[in-house]
Design a protein. Structure first.
Length: 225
């Protein structure tokens, strides 16, 4: 999946009514600032990452250390963008999706209410796993924006340090996000991410891309997931 302003503009593709801090599985794509091929190159359908690309590959699994309730799933660095799946544990994450991603199933633990208590107090409810253990207050659960923002920040610092530069933006501010609703969609998007280097010739982010290379209706499958 590559950035297409018709469908990937962040403000236009967020799922209305979805709680992005309530748990869920997400397909995320983010491009390099200026579409520069900063992370390596594709040769005969194989992605060869350079040192900058390796920093992103190392940083993706490290998300779990910063956000224990987040499972970083499939990930692919491309020359000038990356694709990844993030699974955030919480009441909004379907149990079947949690199981497929190896994430804990977490629900809100019901608490008795005092008469006249303000509804705002509900935000202090603890999470509780299937084992009955408390997971802390809901305000500690990160949103998708928190996780992506942290990964982008860490990646930017690491890449700029490697390139001996400061204050340069590495990744675009906006990113594409898609809510994954079921296990079948999860598997299809995983396959797409893994096979992305083989589609580089058809990718509009490829500097050598020509309009005739793009397959008609290439993104229709994602719209229906």
């Amino acid at each position: 999946m590559t950035y297409d302003p018709r469908i990937h503009h962040r403000r236009s593709i967020r799922l209305r009514g979805h709680d992005y801090a309530g748990g869920g599985a997400y397909f995320v794509t983010c491009c390099v600032e200026g579409k520069e091929c900063l992370f390596g190159r594709v040769v005969e359908s194989t992605m060869f990452v350079n040192q900058c690309g390796q920093l992103l590959q190392q940083g993706w699994p490290a998300i779990l250390q910063r956000f224990p309730s987040v499972v970083p799933d499939a990930f692919q660095v491309m020359p000038n963008h990356w694709h990844g799946i993030l699974v955030i544990s919480g009441p909004g994450l379907e149990p079947a999706l949690a199981a497929a991603a190896g994430a804990p199933v977490i629900q809100l633990k019901p608490k008795p209410r005092l008469a006249g208590a303000s509804p705002i107090h509900r935000r202090a409810d603890p999470w509780v796993g299937q084992d009955g253990a408390s997971r802390g207050p809901t305000k500690e659960r990160p949103s998708l924006g928190d996780v992506v923002g942290a990964f982008k920040s860490i990646s930017t610092i690491a890449v700029n340090r490697l390139l001996s530069r400061t204050g340069r933006r590495v990744l675009q501010e906006d990113y594409f996000e898609h809510v994954i609703r079921n296990v079948d969609s999860l598997e299809k998007i995983r396959d797409y991410i893994r096979a992305n280097p083989a589609r580089w010739r058809e990718d509009p982010e490829n500097p050598d891309w020509q309009p005739g290379n793009k397959i008609a209706g290439e993104w229709d499958w994602l719209r229906d997931l």
